[in-house]
Design a protein around this ligand. Structure first.
Ligand code: 3EB
Length: 348
């Protein structure tokens, strides 16, 4: 089958990465302990994600291609690369470097300021470059379950993200990107990478789950701004971006302490989301076989159980990347995101 024109995703090893052709690469997320010298050559944005690999050494590189010539650019801290219809960007801000301004007699936390700056700069970049539609956002927050002045850092992040998106004139419900938000290891920067486009995607919610932007206040004063999935239709293909998905039904975390049951509930959620995406997609029929998965594992010791469940559900040949990361609720042990492409017409 010939590869349809359109957005494309590969996970490659270090050796393949070093031999790759770059002309149509939009951007890269590098899952590797130490940054490569010379990565980001040709101005290609490389998000250095600090979530340790649980399998595979040398690193794994998530390579997004647009299948057409791409051009690089930078606006303030946002490194981006774009084709006619797509823009990949990444931005990292170190909390230690942000200026804390006094507002109404109190200072915002460094995390608030770093988050606000990142989302302000993303909005400004998309406005300036004219890619109005955020499709998919990946957020990596150091010490995500840690405390910020009596509030969990993830909740503080949510507050700043929502406020900055509001200030940027963006929707806060329904027409919001797919996303993931995970803990990053160590003391590195807050890191966000994203894909945006010029055509509006289809936004998909999970019938088994309360929309995250409608979570009740027990999960924080400002809800997380993301859709459960987005579908991008291009001329010859459809791309499905599945947000970070966990063992949540309604708005509650299920199976606290039970990694087997959490993994199964997460897969059930992804299957329900796929069914919903297929219902609203008109013409694309996604199955689990079409997707590449990123699996975030809180406790490395749970890896064999999680892997066993995924292998029996997805088969031994599924594209899976296992990473250690804290999940944004303390009681969640595993979170799974996915992406995949399908030809729109039978372009075989
Ligand atoms: C959840 O379903 C789990 O804050 O951007 C998943 C995906 C989660 C994205 C985000 C959070 C985010 O609420 C956590």
């Amino acid at each position: 089958m010939r590869v349809p024109v359109g957005l494309h995703l590969d996970y490659v090893s270090l050796a393949e990465y070093e031999a790759a052709r770059w002309a149509d690469v939009l951007g890269v997320a590098a899952f590797r302990a130490t940054p490569l010298n010379g990565s980001g050559a040709n101005g290609i944005p490389v998000a250095q994600v600090q979530t340790p690999l649980l399998r595979g050494d040398g690193g794994v590189f998530e390579v997004w291609r647009g299948n057409e010539p791409a051009a690089s650019g930078q606006k303030n801290h946002v490194h981006f690369r774009r084709t006619e219809n797509m823009l990949f960007g990444c931005i990292a801000i170190d909390e230690a470097g942000v200026a804390l301004e006094r507002a109404n007699g109190h200072t915002r936390s460094a995390l608030h300021e770093a988050t606000a700056q990142i989302y302000r700069e993303i909005c400004a970049t998309l406005d300036a470059e004219r890619y109005p539609h955020l499709l998919r956002v990946w957020n990596y927050v150091p010490d995500i379950n840690g405390d910020s002045r009596g509030t969990e850092r993830y909740r503080e992040f949510n507050r700043a993200r929502q406020q900055a998106l509001r200030a940027g004139g963006r929707k806060l419900t329904r027409q919001v990107p797919a996303a993931s938000a995970l803990g990053a290891a160590g003391t590195g920067p807050l890191l966000v990478y994203f894909l945006a486009g010029r055509t509006q995607p289809v936004f998909v919610e999970n019938p088994r789950q309360v929309s995250a932007y409608h979570y009740p206040r027990q999960y924080g004063t400002h809800p997380p701004v993301f859709s459960r999935a987005t579908l991008l239709r291009e001329a010859e293909s459809v791309t499905l971006f599945v947000s970070g998905t966990a063992s949540i039904v309604g708005h509650r975390s299920m199976h606290v302490g039970d990694i087997t049951a959490q993994t199964r509930e997460t897969l059930t959620n992804i299957e329900a989301l796929l069914a919903e995406a297929n219902r609203v997609a008109h013409g694309a029929h996604f199955s689990l076989d079409d997707l590449a998965f990123k699996v975030y594992v809180r406790r490395p010791a749970d890896l064999p159980v999680i892997q066993g469940e995924l292998t029996s559900a997805l088969g031994a040949h599924a594209q899976t990347l296992y990473l250690q990361a804290d999940i944004c609720r303390q009681d969640l042990l595993v979170e799974i995101e996915a992406a995949g492409m399908r030809p729109l017409r039978s372009a075989a």
